[in-house]
Every structure is written in C-alpha cells, then in structure tokens.
Design a protein around this ligand. Structure first.
Ligand SMILES: [Zn+2]
Length: 189
C-alpha cells in the first residue's frame, strides 16, 4: 500500500508492508529512491507516523543522497543505455581490482556487474566478485573501499580482525570510509 507523510515540510511517499514475521519496524531506502516501511501486522497507524517523524532526518538524508546519485546519472551517461552503463562500471571496477590486487595477489573467478537495489558489492563462496553498476556514480574513495572490501573477502570470508587488517594493508583510512558508507546507508556485504 502506498502511503504519504510530510517530514520536515517534504511530502514523502512510501510502501507500507505489514508482515506477520516482523517484530519491529524496519525502514529501507533503496538506491532507486523507493522507500519501504515494514511493520508488524498489528501495529497501529499512529505508531508508524510517530516513528517516521522520529526517524525523519535519517530517511531524508538517504533520499537526498540517492536523488543526487540519480541526478548525476543522466549527466554522466547522457546517451548511454543500461548495457553501456554496466560496461562502464565493469571497466572501472576491473581497473580498481587490478590496482589493489597487485599487492593482495588474490585469486578470483569472475567480476560481475549487477543491478541491485540494496547491495553495492558482494563476494561469493565460488570466488566471484559482484558489484552494483552504480559504483561508477560514487565518489572515487568509496568505490575503492567497496572493491577492496570484496577483494579481501576472497581470503577472509568474514569480518574478523584478520579481514580488517587485510583491508587496512591497502586502505589505511578504511574506518573513515566505512563510517561514510554507513551514514549514506550503502550496504556492502
Ligand atoms: Zn563484508
């Protein structure tokens, strides 16, 4: 169900999902700009409104960031179709993988570019590196971080101290970048 609410004088639309399984409210702003609110099925509407108002700064910040990314899109890729954009993303990511892997020297099978709503990068157990094509729209240092994070998962398939030490060996300022990504609501797995 699509609903509307005014947060800080801005009208915001969202999809309300009532879930039998949800124990708490969950807010998700996708990089497509879609905003989904998942709530326990019995929760009353005025609770939802109150929660959204309480979280309004978080919601608007995410929406602004993704709006900005989408606005950049036509400028950078004025006459590109989505295949061209994926190609462009693959070139960028491949260059970064090569650059950072010169030091890390890790083996992988393939680099895949995906059109995902939430996740910016992932690494499969079969040693495939996956990236969201929208990394081409991100500031360079954030794109670097996403690439290094997934590369390091080739060796350490977890977020252990050993994993973070490996990340730090090529990106000493990784903790600032992680904070920045978290603040922007970008998920890396
Ligand atoms: Zn990870």
């Amino acid at each position: 169900m699509t609903k509307h609410i005014t947060l800080h004088n801005r009208q915001v639309s969202y999809t309300l999902k009532r879930s039998q399984r949800a124990k708490r409210m969950r807010l998700t702003v996708y990089c497509t700009g879609d905003f989904v609110v998942t709530v326990p099925h019995t929760l009353q509407n005025d609770h939802i409104d109150r929660y959204l108002i309480q979280k309004s700064r978080w919601v608007l910040e995410k929406m602004d960031f993704f709006d900005e990314l989408r606005n950049k899109q036509p400028k950078v890729f004025s006459d590109m179709n989505s295949e061209d954009m994926q190609q462009k993303a693959l070139e960028l990511v491949t260059k970064k993988v090569q650059r950072f892997n010169r030091k890390l020297k890790l083996k992988f099978n393939a680099i895949n570019i995906k059109d995902q709503k939430t996740c910016w990068g992932s690494c499969s157990k079969r040693k495939n590196l996956n990236f969201n094509w929208r990394v081409v729209l991100l500031p360079d240092d954030l794109a670097n971080y996403i690439v290094v994070h997934e590369l390091c998962h080739l060796k350490e398939f977890n977020h252990s101290r050993r994993f973070w030490n490996l990340v730090a060996s090529v990106l000493p300022n990784h903790s600032e970048l992680t904070k920045d990504l978290k603040a922007k609501g970008l998920m890396v797995s």
